[in-house]
Design a protein around this ligand. Sequence first.
Ligand SMILES: C[S@@+](CC[C@H](N)C(=O)[O-])C[C@H]1O[C@@H](n2cnc3c(N)ncnc32)[C@H](O)[C@@H]1O
Length: 338
Amino acid sequence: MSLQNQTEFKLKNQIAICHGDALNFYSSWRTPTVIVADGPYGVKGFPGDPSTPDSLDKWYEPHIAAWARLSTPQTTLWFWNTEIGWAKVHPILEKYGWRYRTCHIWDKGIGHVAGNANTKSLRKLPVVTEVCVQYVKDPIFSIDGRNASMKEWLRYEWQRSGLPLTLTNEACGVKDAATRKYFTQSDLWYFPPADAFEKLVNYANTKGQRKGAPYFSLDGKRAMTGEEWTRMRAKFYCPFGVTNVWNHPPVNGDERMKNGQKAMHLNQKPLKLTRLIIETTSDKGDVVWEPFGGLCTAAVAALELDRKCDAAEITHEVFQQAVARIEMITRTPKLNLQ
Ligand SMILES: C[S@@+](CC[C@H](N)C(=O)[O-])C[C@H]1O[C@@H](n2cnc3c(N)ncnc32)[C@H](O)[C@@H]1O
């Protein structure tokens, strides 16, 4: 098929880019470990971007609902926007169960074009930032038919076994760290790692009262394994020396995709930042979603990092440019295509 009429691009099992509204594709995409959402900012930046951030909440709501429905507790959502755009959308993200983790500030530096703004007329300081906000999707447990958090459920299951909470220390082979960290009701609660969880499960199910077993079970038939427990929260691999402030210039030089002298897309995101968010929250082989593809920087980073990517772009010309970019990248010999 000629690129002119093409509506989908596939690179083996690794990358799929669809032309059209992302809302039409979510249900056919593979389960995401990472969602990189870099859509409208309410600045009239591209066709379809509203002229103000006022209606962004309504614009994003069907997307956010679909992301929530099709994600798992292992999924991290990275939501790019302006500060005010994010503020408008945050309540909707919370409404659909996305839990705020951290707001990362991309500081583009004074070299950014906005740094030359006519601040006397604008009557405000130049804006040289965007935000990239990390959200996770907590699992919802059930206690007597009501929804409960992981922290509540853990404590409830232990107490159901009839054992005193102090014995959680003996179960884990520690002096007092288990009650203090894993069973506290305060904000200082820690997620028990898989080995500690398995010890707690084993202890409760062998020493707890027979009636009521199995404890720490989701189906009432068998207790969860340590591995299943690990899958109940989003992946996170902390990079050394990186904070929530990212000093990085706007995309320039060879990385900037151009049509002659002109930038192909004003919103092209830096590969370095895109790699960072993908690497910290996924493993090789995992699936990244890029619903608002643009030049599909997340798909490029996914390729380089041996992840898979399902992406969409609504404007046909931009879709074609993204496809051409991926095809160019595949000619790089070091890539390990699956
Ligand atoms: C901010 S740009 C993304 C830039 C991209 N991160 C990059 O590095 O090139 C947003 C893109 O989303 C596209 N878009 C807007 N609404 C969309 C929708 N409903 N479905 C798919 N793409 C959409 C726009 O055409 C635009 O190219």
